[in-house]
Design a protein around this ligand. Structure first.
Ligand code: AMP
Length: 180
């Protein structure tokens, strides 16, 4: 389900102690800037669902917009942005999700999809899975069928992919890094 891709892994830059001490920040701007790596990531992210009917791709702010927009184009689906609280102008649905300290809120437009639509969720990285879990709840609130959640990077030690699988969401990741 989650193939290791050494070339893709090498295209991701790691910045130690960013944005705070102890965090290894996995920077995908180097992947995005390399045409071959970018195309490969987009092709591989949704490969198991190629040829299936997918109505919408939902991308999580902000790096999920770049990847999700390209994926949506690739599979001829619509794109739905999932944004931090207060950014969307029309009628919204919201969900609170846990952060390391405290909580945050993500939102979608209430008319971004109709009940029964088949949706793939996309973001750059899954760590604790809190953000993606919130996004799945938001999509299901509107009646979406969440076909899968796709991430370029998995941090398996933090358990996020397992958390999503327990919600019956198939998870696809392309590369993984130890630790956090
Ligand atoms: P989580 O909710 O813990 O799964 O965190 C996932 C979100 O935080 C994603 O949108 C990532 O872009 C970002 N994130 C978490 N940890 C990292 C990291 N080590 N490097 C880069 N982005 C991260």
């Amino acid at each position: 389900m989650s193939p290791a891709d050494p070339d893709l892994q090498a295209s991701i830059r790691t910045i130690p102690d960013y944005p705070k001490p102890g965090i290894m920040f996995r920077d995908i701007t180097t992947l995005l800037g390399d045409a071959r790596s970018f195309r490969r990531a987009i092709d591989d992210l949704v490969q198991p669902w190629a040829g299936m009917k997918v109505d919408k791709v939902a991308g999580i702010e902000a790096r999920g917009f770049i990847l999700g927009g390209a994926v949506a184009h690739q599979i001829s689906a619509g794109f739905v942005p999932i944004r931090k609280k207060g950014k969307l102008p029309h009628k919204r649905v919201s969900v609170a999700y846990a952060l390391e300290y405290g909580e945050d809120v993500i939102e979608m437009h209430a008319d971004a999809l109709v009940s029964g639509e088949r949706v793939i969720l996309v973001d750059d990285l899954i760590a604790t899975g809190g953000t993606a879990e919130g996004a799945v709840k938001l999509l299901r609130k509107l009646g979406a069928e969440v076909l899968a959640a796709c991430f370029v990077i998995d941090l398996p030690d933090l358990g996020g992919a397992e958390k999503l699988r327990k919600l019956d969401v198939p998870v696809r990741t392309l590369v993984s890094f130890e630790g956090h």
